[in-house]
Ligand binder design. Structure first.
Ligand code: FCB
Length: 490
C-alpha cells in the first residue's frame, strides 16, 4: 500500500534576508506589497528565494556515529518487511560526511536557500537529558558552511525521526512528548539561535501522525486511529511550545511549520461526497494550522460531544497550542479524491475514504497524480484562510526514476516538464496576489524515500547508491540552475 492511500513580495523583502534579521530590521515597518501585476507570465518577484530541501534521515546516514541515538525510523527500517527491499537509512547519501560537497553543488546551481532538518536523536540521543555536543557540532558546521556559501540555512526541527526511547515511552500519543520536544527545541536554539533567521518546527505533521500511527506504513508502524488522534493533539501542543522557545533566540527569528496541503476533490457530485471532501479538507489541511493560528480545532470533523475526550484536551490547551507564525510553509504534491464512507474509517465522525493516486490524470513514477492546477488552487485557498501571512514553498517535486545513460548523463525530461507546469501555476498564484517568497524543490538529491526505500528518485542530482554515493547533476538540475538565474520559468 502506498503511503497516503487513505512576499510580502517587495524588492528585498525582509524575510529573504540571508542572515538573521537584526532587531532594527525586525522592528522596521513591513514593506508594502509589490506591484505583482507588472510581473509577466512565468516571472517571479525580485528577491524570490530559490533552493531545495532534504531531511536528516533521508540523506545523512551515519546512523550510529558520534553518539547519535536510535530513532523510530532506524527501528522501523531495521525490521524486515517494513521498507521496500528492506532498505534503510544507515548510509543513505552519506551527507553527514559529504555535506560540503552537497553545499558546493547547491552553490553551483545558484541556490539561495537550503531547507534541511535536524535529527533529534543526534542532538538528544534518548530524547531527554543532556545534549550530545558532537551532534550539535555537525549542525553548526552545516549552518556555517551554508552561510559562507551565501545560502540561507533553513532548518526544520522535526522531519519524522523521533528518538526510539520516546516511542517506547508512548510516542506522540503521549502528551509528555510535547514537553520533551520543547526541551529539545531549547537545546537547538541555544546552539544555533544566533545564526538562523527562519525556522520551521514540523514537517508534515499530518503525514507522520496519520501514516505512522493510523495506516502503520511509516514508523513507528502503529495502526490505531485513536492513538493517532491523541498524537495530533500532542503535536499541536508541541508546536505552540516550541514556537515560544524558538522566539527567545538571539537572532529574533521568523517561525513557521511545513504543512502538506492539497485540494480535496469529491469522488462524485453527490452531496455526501462533497460533505466528506470538506471534512477531509479540514482534517488534512487545517488540523495543525488552525490550532496554531487561533487555538482552535476546525469544527465539523469530530463529533462535538466526543472531541475533547478523543484528543485528550485539557483546560488551557488553546493557549498552549497557539503559534502565531511569521510565515507558513507549504508542501504540495498531489490532490486527493475523497468519498463518503458511512461505514466509518476508525476516526469517529470522519467517515471518509481518500486516495491521491486515483484521478484520471497522468502519474509520476511512484503513481502519484500529476495535477499542477491543484498547486494554484490550494495556494489561493490557504492564502485566503491565513490572511496576509507570507508563504514559503517548503517542498514540491516528483519521482522519476531515470538512470544515467552510457555517458553518465541523466536525461530526466519528465521532471523538467513536471516542474515547469508547477512553477507556472506558482507564478500565476503570485501574480494573483498570493504572497509566496521562496521555493524549495524536493529534493536536492535522490535519497531514502521512506517506505519506498531507494526505489523512488526525487533528486535534481543523481546519487549512485552502488558506487560510493557518487553525485551527478541531472538535466533537471542544470535546467533548474537556469530558472534560478533567469528568475522565471523557462
Ligand atoms: C514528503 C516528505 C518528504 C519526501 C517527499 C517525497 O511528504 O515530507 O520527506 O518524502 O514527500
Amino acid at each position: 500500500m502506498q503511503r497516503r492511500d487513505l512576499l510580502r513580495l517587495a524588492a528585498g523583502f525582509a524575510g529573504a534576508s540571508l542572515l538573521p534579521r537584526s532587531r532594527a530590521l525586525a522592528e522596521a515597518p513591513a514593506a508594502e506589497g509589490p506591484v505583482v501585476a507588472t510581473l509577466s507570465e512565468g516571472e517571479f518577484p525580485k528577491g524570490f528565494l530559490w533552493g531545495s530541501a532534504t531531511a536528516a534521515y533521508q540523506v545523512e546516514g551515519a546512523w550510529n556515529v558520534d553518539g547519535r541515538g536510535e530513532s523510530i525510523w532506524d527501528r522501523f527500517a531495521h525490521t524486515p518487511g517494513k521498507v521496500k527491499n528492506d532498505a534503510n537509512g544507515d548510509l543513505a547519501c552519506d551527507s553527514y560526511h559529504r555535506y560540503r560537497e552537497d553545499i558546493a553543488l547547491m552553490r553551483r546551481l545558484g541556490m539561495k536557500t537550503s531547507r534541511f532538518s535536524i535529527a533529534w536523536p543526534r542532538v538528544q540521543p534518548s530524547g531527554r537529558g543532556a545534549a550530545n555536543e558532537k551532534g550539535l557540532d555537525y549542525y553548526k558546521r552545516v549552518t556555517d558552511s551554508l552561510l559562507k556559501a551565501n545560502i540561507r540555512p533553513f532548518p526544520t526541527l522535526y522531519h519524522w525521526d523521533l528518538p526510539q526511547a520516546l516511542e517506547d515511552a508512548g510516542g506522540w500519543p503521549n502528551r509528555d512528548t510535547a514537553s520533551r520536544f520543547a526541551d529539545y527545541a531549547q537545546i537547538v536554539v541555544d546552539a544555533l539561535g544566533d545564526r538562523i533567521g527562519q525556522w520551521s518546527i514540523f514537517n508534515e505533521p499530518k503525514t507522520f501522525t496519520h501514516v505512522g500511527y493510523w495506516e502503520g506504513t511509516h514508523a513507528p508502524g502503529r495502526t490505531d486511529p485513536l492513538a493517532m488522534l491523541r498524537a495530533t493533539h500532542t503535536v499541536n501542543l508541541a508546536q505552540g511550545m516550541a514556537f515560544r522557545v524558538l522566539k527567545t533566540a538571539r537572532a529574533k527569528p521568523e517561525i513557521g511549520s511545513a504543512f502538506d496541503v492539497a485540494p480535496m476533490n469529491p469522488a462524485s457530485d453527490s452531496d455526501a461526497d462533497k460533505a466528506a471532501a470538506l471534512r477531509y479538507y479540514k482534517f488534512l489541511n487545517l488540523w495543525f494550522l488552525d490550532p496554531a493560528l487561533s487555538g482552535r480545532y476546525p469544527d465539523g470533523v469530530l463529533p462535538p460531544s466526543q472531541a475533547a475526550d478523543l484528543l485528550g484536551l485539557r483546560d488551557g490547551d488553546d493557549a498552549l497550542m497557539r503559534a502565531p507564525f511569521d510565515f507558513v510553509g507549504i508542501n504540495y504534491y498531489s490532490p486527493w479524491i475523497v468519498r463518503d464512507a458511512p461505514e466509518g474509517n476508525g476516526v469517529p465522525g470522519l467517515n471518509t475514504m481518500a486516495d491521491w493516486a486515483a484521478g484520471p490524470d497522468e502519474k509520476a513514477d511512484n503513481g502519484w497524480d500529476i495535477y499542477p492546477r491543484g498547486f494554484y488552487e490550494i495556494l489561493k485557498d490557504i492564502s485566503t484562510h491565513i490572511g496576509a501571512l507570507p508563504i514559503e514553498i517548503t517542498e514540491n517535486g516528483a519521482a522519476y526514476n531515470v538512470m544515467p545513460d552510457e555517458h553518465g548523463h541523466v536525461h530526466d525530461r519528465k521532471r523538467i516538464v513536471w516542474l515547469q507546469k508547477h512553477l507556472a501555476e506558482l507564478s500565476r498564484a503570485i501574480r494573483d496576489g498570493v504572497p509566496v517568497r521562496a521555493y524549495h524543490c524536493w529534493s536536492l538529491l535522490d535519497n531514502f524515500e521512506w517506505a519506498e526505500g531507494y526505489t523512488q528518485r526525487f533528486g535534481l542530482v543523481y546519487v549512485d547508491f552502488k558506487n560510493r554515493q557518487q553525485r551527478t547533476v541531472k538535466d533537471s538540475g542544470k535546467w533548474y540552475a537556469k530558472v534560478i538565474a533567469a528568475n522565471r520559468v523557462i
